[in-house]
Design a protein around this ligand. Structure first.
Ligand SMILES: Cc1ncc(COP(=O)(O)O)c(C=O)c1O
Length: 395
């Protein structure tokens, strides 16, 4: 059966990280993969998560399945973190949520429910976007369309292009937006731009879907959901895919949530029932460990304060790295890199050509995506000089 089966190439991002691991150069630097790294080059476990884990080991009574919708403390805590207590109180019962295996699982469940609505509309995805959006969405049968988002010339959001392209989005279409810390560009909408997009959604009738994988990594837990909450205030239906992979460091625990904000309790019940049915046919039951830890951290005041402080520290470190990297690159190259400090989250396009990125890989063992997207959080005091020197050498 499998004799003639083609062997697929490795995933474009994970394949590069593997190539870096295999590179014998002791001075190699991996700037490819989207995980937070500390000064020691490690992806740390949050202190609050460690504490919650100790509690769970002592107190857990059973490994029986969770409820199909997910762990109640997790559902409540994360829905409130994203949507906000005030908005939940003002729409009793109108917000439904289903636990999902990571942000990817949440995007897929969201897309499944949109497909189940019977829409024959398209899903509009930013150009560029995180490449995994494409298979997650098209595997439901929904068709894709792209809208201009990043302008390589100004190294910021091409808002004019975005508005022009989304002008063609109609009722029944879905517009996928990154809640904050756009992956891969780091370029985010400002509050005024979010307001324009929300007004377009109201006037044109399209449904916003927000991928929220970096809440707390941009300007803070509340500021990072400004756009999303503004949409909730104005637009009757909003779908959200939230991930705790990065902001609670739960990557491998696959901890995500699909949130459906609708006009009333009946709509919430319908969307939740559809998401549970989609989960049942794809993977049946949600994983428990990450959600049980996150539920505890969000519900316990001391653990939550500890988590928020540690997260703010990570965000502060990334911003410091952005500003150090900008000034060192400018000093080494004489060029303007101010865009790096204007961006949010872990990612930035350095603005190099594919040839330059490839030559840095082969000549200097400096690994970045072909598009020159780098993970700023992989920089640290011991590799910064090497990276600056290598980048300046190809400019
Ligand atoms: C934009 C974006 N969305 C969603 C995810 C999903 O993350 P996970 O499935 O690991 O929670 C990621 C992870 O890199 C991402 O960058």
């Amino acid at each position: 059966m499998f004799e003639e089966m083609p062997i697929l190439p490795p995933d474009s991002i994970l394949g590069l990280a593997a190539a870096c691991r295999a590179d014998p150069n002791p001075d190699k630097v991996d700037l490819t993969i989207g995980i937070y790294m500390d000064e020691a080059g490690l992806c740390p476990v949050f202190n609050a998560i460690k504490q919650a884990q100790r509690q769970l080991v002592d107190e857990e009574q059973s490994k029986a399945y969770l409820a199909p919708q997910g762990d109640p403390a997790f559902l409540e805590g994360l829905t409130e973190l994203v949507v906000g207590a005030e908005r939940l109180a003002s729409r009793p019962g109108a917000v439904g949520a289903v636990q999902a295996p990571g942000g990817c699982g949440a995007v897929r469940l969201g897309a499944e429910v949109l497909k189940a609505s019977g829409t024959d509309g398209k899903v509009w995805v930013s150009d560029p976007s995180w490449p995994v959006h494409v298979p997650l969405i098209t595997s439901t049968g929904l068709a894709l369309e792209s809208y201009r988002y990043y302008d390589p010339q100004s190294q910021g959001v091409n808002f004019e292009g975005m508005v022009t392209d989304l002008g063609a989005a109609r009722r029944g279409d879905i517009v996928l937006l990154h809640g904050c810390c756009h992956n891969p560009s780091g370029a985010d909408l400002n509050p005024e731009q979010w307001q324009v997009i929300a007004s377009m959604a109201v006037e044109q009738g399209f449904t916003p879907m927000i991928d929220l994988a970096y809440q707390g990594f941009g300007e803070g837990l509340e500021a990072d959901v400004y756009g999303l909450r503004h949409l909730i205030d104005l637009v009757p239906e909003v779908v959200i895919a939230a991930s705790l992979s990065k902001n609670m460091g739960l990557y491998r625990e696959r901890t995500g949530l699909a949130i459906f904000v609708g006009p009333d309790a009946r709509t919430a019940e319908a969307t939740v029932s559809q998401a549970k049915a989609a989960a049942r046919r794809i993977y049946s039951m949600p994983p428990a460990h990450g959600a049980l830890l996150a539920g505890r951290v969000l519900a316990d005041a001391a653990l939550r304060a500890d988590w928020e402080t540690e997260l703010a520290g990570m965000c502060g470190r990334i911003n410091q790295l952005r500003s150090d990297f900008q000034s060192r690159l400018e000093a080494a190259s004489g060029r303007d890199f101010s865009f790096i400090a204007r961006e949010n989250g872990m990612f930035s396009f350095l603005g190099l050509s594919v040839d330059q990125a490839l030559s840095l890989r082969s000549e200097r063992s400096l690994y970045m995506l072909d598009s020159s997207r780098i993970n700023i959080a992989s920089l640290n005091a011991s590799n910064m000089d090497r990276v600056v020197d290598a980048v300046a050498s190809v400019l």
